[in-house]
Design a protein around this ligand. Sequence first.
Ligand SMILES: Nc1nc2c(ncn2[C@@H]2O[C@H](COP(=O)(O)OP(=O)(O)OP(=O)(O)O)[C@@H](O)[C@H]2O)c(=O)[nH]1
Ligand SMILES: [Mg+2]
Length: 260
Amino acid sequence: MPEYKYNNSNRGIRGTAKESAITGCKLSSGRVLSVQRNALESNEIIAKKNRAKFGRALVINFLSSPGSGKTSLLESIAPVLKADGFKIAVIEGDVETDLDKKRIDALGVPAYQIITNGTCHLDAKMVNGSLDSLNIKDTDVIFIENVGNLVCPTSFNLGEDMKAVVLSVTEGDDKPLKYPAAFYKSKIMIINKIDLLPALDSDISKIKENALSINKDITIFETSCKKTAEAGISGLAAFIKNEIKRKTEDFRKINYNTYF
Ligand SMILES: Nc1nc2c(ncn2[C@@H]2O[C@H](COP(=O)(O)OP(=O)(O)OP(=O)(O)O)[C@@H](O)[C@H]2O)c(=O)[nH]1
Ligand SMILES: [Mg+2]
């Protein structure tokens, strides 16, 4: 993983996005809280178990600020994948409600609700508790909708294949710079609500430039989930289908005798 260096000179803290993504917050003295480190180390152990349980299913962990359009994207992508015969499941993370799960239920897609009761992210143990309820062996892709937050979810590996950060155009083109770990740790960035661009001063090329300055390998999609102006969904779905195929092939090569 390349190391993106940041320098938060306002607070006198220096470090790397890799460091912050692994250890969470650092004390200004530079000492990492050992209790926090222990929690993250236990999380890694359970994340590995999750990954084994996911088997051949591709797992995508959606991160974003509240309201960027994570559930809307799932509502747009799921019918496209279903129409092509792919089997989908969704794990919904929410601080308080099952409102998003109800939206997924309405698509006829199996969904499991995790209510975190105030915690601002999902962790591997929460996800592990959902796995027996989903028929993973027959699932091609599992989408995890993390709690709306661009900071805390980046520290917790859930055993996923990739993180996908969603940024809507109304949030401002500086967000990749202000919340670097989310962009540094994601394989793809989805710039959503592009139908709103004509009403904004937001410069989409600046969003991309800032994201690429944090993570030069990030793959960028531009989407609109607005029904009357839907855009970019087929391209995103094509990418996901390709990743499903790739995961199945890789998994088959390694586990042919034990799994298939
Ligand atoms: N104009 C426009 N509105 C959108 C688009 N995508 C989502 N929205 C709207 O944005 C609002 C939030 O969308 P959600 O999909 O609920 O966002 P979310 O990221 O799942 O929100 P949380 O789960 O609360 O973090 C809803 O009113 C959506 O209709 C889009 O592409 N264009
Ligand atoms: Mg949502």
